[in-house]
Design a protein around this ligand. Structure first.
Ligand code: NDP
Length: 297
């Protein structure tokens, strides 16, 4: 069998197109422009790249982008004061604090100081609780992107066996909640799981989010299963230089799976598209307007 490739790059472009159309309509009909504020503390090179790319795509879909770059030694009080100002700024509908924060800052405290209705990363404890209890929330972007691709590929996910590899707060746990919300039978696996190959072989849907290069070989995959590879790992190439790979052995898994996301070009582009979708959703909710179809969980 040769798997269908789920093209996250193309899917993300479609999502951004829908966001862009909706933003244009909001401006024309209501005079409202959604705004996303991104806060970067310090000079972590990877974070700088992410923030630049988020800002560029925010503007491309017609939203306002507000970048706040703070020194690495910014005090917690100053960061909280900025978040407080953004919370009350009516032009800002979404707030994202780029993680990881420098070690002297308490990430939980900082994230939980964001107004939950502007928490477009979906990491605030209120949004975590709302998602866990099946209520309307802001949904973390990476799992939301995975869910959109799965719904698009399968239609209904009801009754399917799903295995999520990884139990982090930003990917594994919210992913499991979303799959449960769509009536999958969900198993969450982690570093202490026994007989991991057997657990994965039961799955109609495998979402791999472990951060270990090509850890899942093709012979763990049930024939015909759908594989969503969240992992982004940089490895050395034999001929020199580096390349990005996922948590799944793509070549091996593509032989047996029914469908698979590549790395790069799978989940990654969907994450930023869902950040824009969440900002639009937050803007619609803040203004009591209907939410766009198909852009939320
Ligand atoms: P974390 O390191 O927070 O979590 C990793 C999880 O994998 C943990 O639950 C850990 O288990 C589990 N794990 C580690 N080793 C094994 C193993 N040998 N067998 C089974 N489970 C294992 O990572 P994140 O969730 O933040 O990220 C996961 C991956 O996804 C990374 O590669 C990251 O770069 C990528 N990522 C990609 C995004 C995108 O936009 N595409 C966005 C976010 C992340 P335990 O809890 O027991 O330690």
């Amino acid at each position: 069998m040769s798997a269908t490739i789920i093209d996250g790059k193309a899917f993300a472009a479609t999502v951004r197109g829908k966001v862009s159309d909706h933003v244009a309509a909001l401006k024309e009909q209501h005079g409202i422009t959604p705004g996303l504020a991104v806060v970067l503390v310090g000079e972590d090179p990877a974070s700088q790249v992410y923030v630049r790319s988020k800002g560029k795509l925010t503007v491309e879909v017609g939203m306002n982008s507000y970048e706040h770059k703070l020194d690495a030694d910014t005090s917690e009080a100053d960061l909280l004061a900025l978040i407080d100002r953004l919370n009350t700024d009516p032009a800002v509908h979404g707030i994202l604090v780029q993680l990881p924060l420098p070690g002297h800052l308490n990430s939980d405290l900082v994230i939980n100081s964001i107004d939950p209705s502007k928490d477009v990363d979906g990491f605030h404890i209120s949004n975590v609780g709302l998602l866990g209890t099946g209520q309307k929330s802001m949904v973390p972007c990476t799992p939301l992107g995975c869910l959109m691709m799965l719904r698009d590929h399968h239609g209904s996910l009801s009754g399917l066996d799903a295995v999520v590899l990884g139990r982090s707060n930003i990917v594994g746990k919210p992913m499991a909640q979303l799959l449960l919300g769509d009536s999958c039978t969900v198993t969450i696996a982690h570093s202490r799981t026994k007989d991991l190959p057997d657990v994965v072989r039961r799955a109609d849907i495998v979402v791999a989010a472990v951060g270990r290069p090509q850890m899942v070989p093709g012979d763990w995959i049930k024939p015909g299963a759908t594989v969503i590879d969240v992992g982004i790992n940089r490895i050395e190439k034999p001929e020199g230089g580096t390349r990005l790979v996922g948590d799944v052995d793509y070549a091996g898994a593509a032989e047996v799976a029914g469908a698979i996301t590549p790395v790069p070009g799978g989940v990654g582009p969907m994450t930023i598209a869902c950040l824009l979708a969440n900002t639009l959703t937050a803007c619609c909710r803040a203004n009591g307007l209907p939410e766009p179809d198909g852009l939320t969980a």
